[in-house]
Ligand binder design. Structure first.
Ligand code: PEP
Ligand code: MN
Length: 345
């Protein structure tokens, strides 16, 4: 029903040179594999959690972006958090904006922007609010629909309600899928960069989103990610991004329904295995800290009561069949041995 939409560009506009080298890299790397960029993104006004963090270059970056837009003929999009920013964008011929997840939590802010946009020719991409509230996301989109915006996208970027997760934000796919059911006419893009928070998970999150039927991707890209002034850990070089797009399996008519379903299930397994891998590593790191504490305080390495608690946790979550119980018992035995071995070192 929709073509796949690819949005890419840096988290933030930092300088004309940075934008220009990133845009050139993206355009050339994608062209080399017969792909193209639909929108070039860059944050200009950056809402940051910490007061001293880089908050974007502001208005000064708009002529740089206008220049990129004209040079490559690719529409540029920026995040807008307040109505007056719409005027500045318009002045520089930037006609696509996105609503960030932080702005999305405040209906007053959304309504102010929606009222100001009424009757104007903008494309609006509405990210999910940071909190996992489907109705709030729907309401935000409704406000732009009521303001007469015809070209709308939704963007799924996960939820900031889990500090335990391997990812920076909890994916909460079910909310995005419910949104898709509610607004079948609005294409929904996945932003794996902000879900992941780390470039190593972007490929599998992207594939999973495509398997779930998302209509495209917004991915952060910087020509020198390690030097980025914001979100350095999650940005891909233009070449890495092109490589990723080449590897991804976009739903197409040559895949049978069974192949599509199998791919989806396998991606979910990869996703779980990645998380298991990271969690096991984190677990061992904690074991090392515990070993240190026990050593300093002359405490025994093996504490049977504590281990009983660990076993109990796994039993609560276990499937009840015998094979699975066997597997868990073997796994716990290995885990315990390996933990004791580390502590004795
Ligand atoms: C961004 O896209 O750079 C951004 C700040 O996004 P979010 O609102 O999803 O955190
Ligand atoms: Mn970012």
């Amino acid at each position: 029903m929709f073509n796949t939409t690819i949005v890419a560009g840096p988290c933030a506009a930092e300088s004309y040179e940075q934008l220009s080298l990133t845009a050139k890299g993206l355009v050339e790397s994608l062209a080399a594999q017969q792909q193209q960029l639909d929108y070039f993104r860059a944050g200009v006004w950056k809402p940051r959690s910490q007061p001293d963090a880089f908050a974007g270059c502001g208005e000064k970056a708009l002529p740089w972006l206008q220049n990129i837009q004209e040079q490559y003929g690719i529409p540029v999009c920026v995040e807008v958090n307040a109505p007056e920013q719409l005027d500045l964008c318009e002045k520089h011929h930037i006609k696509t904006i996105w609503i960030g997840s932080r702005t999305g939590v405040n209906p007053f802010d959304i309504q102010e922007i929606a009222s100001a946009i009424q009757g104007r020719d903008f494309t609006v991409m509405v990210k999910n609010p940071m909190i996992a509230d489907l109705k709030l996301w729907i309401g935000n989109i409704e406000r732009f629909k009521k303001a007469g915006i015809a070209k709308l996208f939704a963007i799924h970027r996960g939820y900031a309600d889990s500090n335990e997760s391997v990812y920076r934000n909890r994916p909460g796919w079910e909310i995005a899928i419910d949104l898709k059911v509610h607004f079948p006419e609005i294409p929904i893009l996945c932003d794996p960069s902000h879900i992941a928070g780390n470039r190593q998970y972007i490929a599998q999150l992207s594939q999973l989103s495509l398997d779930y039927g998302f209509n495209g991707l917004m991915i952060e890209s910087h020509y020198q990610p390690e030097k980025a002034l914001s979100d350095a850990a999650q940005q891909l070089t233009p070449q890495e991004l092109a490589h990723l797009l080449q590897q991804l399996n976009f739903k197409n008519s040559t895949s049978s329904p069974a192949e599509n379903e199998l791919r989806k299930q396998r991606t979910q397994i990869n996703n779980i295995d990645t998380q298991l891998g990271v969690l096991l590593r984190k677990r061992m790191e904690i074991v090392d800290t515990i070993a240190q504490i026990k050593k300093e305080h002359n405490l025994p390495v093996v504490q049977p009561e504590q281990w009983k608690k660990v076993v109990g946790i796994y039993q609560d979550e276990s499937l009840k069949d015998d094979d699975f119980q066997d597997f868990i018992n073997n796994f716990l035995e290995l885990l315990h041995q390996s933990s004791i071995k580390r502590q004795r070192k």
